[in-house]
Design a protein around this ligand. Structure first.
Ligand SMILES: CC(C)(COP(=O)(O)OP(=O)(O)OC[C@H]1O[C@@H](n2cnc3c(N)ncnc32)[C@H](O)[C@@H]1OP(=O)(O)O)[C@@H](O)C(=O)NCCC(=O)NCCS
Length: 178
């Protein structure tokens, strides 16, 4: 653990953190920014499946928001994860993912990643490797599903679903995957 990680506290967010979460998402420049209201609502209704990391002064420096899928309550969906630029590259996002999955103990973790987001790809791939889990990828939302977005880059990139779950057991006697 680094000194920065040791000085950090991680806990469920409260409504008072909603504005800071919105600011971190806005300043990330890569997340889809939702309304300030949605972050307040998230901090009220999904605090048990979300975490905020604070620096030594108690200021939010990173967050992860998630929910349990209503039709698959064993699956934790990571909705957004972001680390303040000044604190990136020190394993903070990995610490948040580990802490959230330890708290929720889900059967599987899902997140979507756009193909241009190398840091996010590394984050979820490393998480699966660290925990000895299987990682499967498939396009969840093709770019054409999104409303047209203005700008030179054109439309939305596909959102690729990363599904992270236990490796199937291999039956030595039958050779079948269980
Ligand atoms: C993605 C993000 C949360 C990672 O936070 P972080 O605390 O810097 O990540 P970590 O230090 O835990 O690093 C995770 C992995 O990504 C790699 N990584 C971090 N930044 C990277 C970069 N800019 N380019 C390539 N790889 C990068 C790390 O090396 C590490 O991989 P490793 O375990 O193989 O060494 C952060 O970059 C961020 O806030 N990005 C903007 C928001 C965003 O894109 N969120 C994800 C949407 S799904």
């Amino acid at each position: 653990m680094t000194a920065a990680q040791a000085a950090m506290t991680v806990e469920s967010p409260s409504v008072e953190d909603g504005a800071a979460l919105w600011r971190i998402a806005r300043d990330s420049e890569s997340l889809d920014l939702n309304s300030p209201y949605s972050y307040l609502l998230w901090c009220r209704d999904f605090a048990a499946t979300s975490l905020v990391a604070r620096d030594a002064d108690g200021e939010p420096i990173a967050f992860v928001t998630g929910y349990l899928r209503p039709d698959r309550p064993g699956t934790l969906v990571v909705w957004q994860i972001a680390v303040d630029r000044a604190h990136r590259g020190r394993g903070l996002a990995g610490v948040l993912l580990d802490a959230l999955s330890a708290r929720v103990a889900p059967g599987a973790v899902e997140a979507t990643v756009t193909p241009d987001n190398t840091a996010s790809d590394r984050l979820f791939t490393a998480y699966a490797e660290r925990h000895g889990l299987r990682l499967e990828r498939e396009v969840l939302f093709d770019g054409s599903l999104f409303p047209e977005t203005p700008g030179p880059a054109g439309g939305h990139l596909p959102e690729v679903l990363y599904r992270i779950s236990p490796r199937p057991h291999h039956d030595q006697t039958t050779g079948e995957s269980l």
